[in-house]
Design a protein around this ligand. Structure first.
Ligand code: 13P
Length: 335
């Protein structure tokens, strides 16, 4: 597949991307909150439960894996990339190596992972991966004059260039953290500025944006602010920010859920879909808003697999309905 074909397949109407690329540390956090032991095998069993859910392929164009996961297999011995290939789900891989403190960029975290990236992508290609993800974080209120963000943007461009050289579609993810007391209006301003800084850096490069997907936050109220903006407001603010700062020739825009409840993320996505057509196709690439109910139902026990898979399928069907503006809160309650 060409880069454009991979990107277009990922952005297929009525399908989205499941982020299942939690690092071991993030998995530990999610599992321990529910009292689930976090070992290589429980992580494997959990991912097997997700990936083998009958029918996920109706809703998913791609799944993003973590380095450990792409090397693991289902209990019948089938490697996970083959499990996904059999369902026509494209294999993605998280390639950044996390957030680091660096005295040269004192006002934020910088994302590491460029060292040896070309070689790692070469290996991931042999494991059937065709797209990649790199995450950067930005705190609302700290984006102005952010030297860390400028450095992160340069690294995002470098990452995208290396991905293209190796035949991978890069997902670039400058995540605006939901932590804090900010309003949705402040989140919108931060989104405008963050995306402008990132895409200014791309404008200086020759990266073909038709082979790049943006993964972005929505302009939501901060988690410490009880006066939460409604879906319509979030959607208008988010879409306005995207129109201001995102070039029209990008392959697509997908949203992260960022700590929103599944219901909130779904309602917000639905409100955005109502504002289409936009210059780019919109879709979702949630982790928590898709996995949360399934993980809570699974609890680490085999006997809970059917219930956990049903919970995943329910969230997927509601999220896909939202992606085509066909979701209502009642569907969530009754499904
Ligand atoms: P959330 O949807 O839980 O924010 O995760 C998306 C993701 O890929 C974070 O990097």
């Amino acid at each position: 597949m060409t880069l454009h074909e991979i990107a277009a397949t990922l952005m297929t109407d009525g399908k989205g991307i499941l982020a299942a690329d939690e690092s071991t540390g993030t998995c530990e956090k999610r599992f321990s909150a529910l009292g689930i032991p976090c070992t290589e095998d429980t992580r494997r069993a959990y991912r097997e439960m997700l990936f083998t859910t009958p029918g996920v392929e109706e809703f998913l164009s791609g799944i993003i894996l973590y380095d450990e996961t792409i090397r693991q297999s289902a209990s019948d011995g089938t490697p996970f990339p083959d499990v996904l290939a059999a369902k026509n789900i494209l294999v993605g891989i998280k390639v950044d190596q996390g957030l680091k403190d660096d005295p040269a960029f004192p006002d934020g975290k910088v994302t590491a992972g460029l060292d040896g990236l070309a070689e790692r992508l070469q290996e991931y290609k042999s494991l059937a991966a065709v797209f990649a993800k790199w995450r950067v974080v930005v705190k609302v209120g700290e984006e102005t004059g952010n030297v860390a963000l400028a450095e992160n943007s340069r690294r995002l461009v470098k990452y995208a260039q290396i991905c293209h050289e190796k035949g991978f579609v890069p997902i670039i993810e400058p995540e605006l953290l939901m932590d804090g007391p900010h309003t949705a209006a402040q989140a919108e301003d931060a989104l405008v500025e963050t995306l402008a800084i990132v895409f200014d850096e791309f404008a200086k490069s020759t990266v073909d944006l038709k082979g790049v997907i943006l993964k972005t936050s929505m302009a939501v109220t901060g988690s410490e602010n009880p006066l939460r903006a409604e879906a319509k407001e979030v959607a208008e603010r988010t879409v306005r920010a995207l129109k201001t700062s995102v070039p029209e020739n990008l392959a697509g825009v997908v949203f992260l859920s960022g700590g929103q409840s599944p219901e909130e993320a779904t309602a917000n996505l639905n409100a955005m879909a109502r504002l289409e057509p936009l210059p780019w196709p919109l879709s979702f690439s949630f982790a928590r808003a898709l996995q949360g109910p399934a993980l809570a139902a699974w609890k680490g026990a085999d006997e809970n697999i059917p219930e956990a898979q049903a919970a995943l399928l329910k969230r997927l069907s509601l999220t896909v309905a939202a992606d085509v503006a066909g979701y209502t809160a009642e569907m969530g309650a009754s499904a």
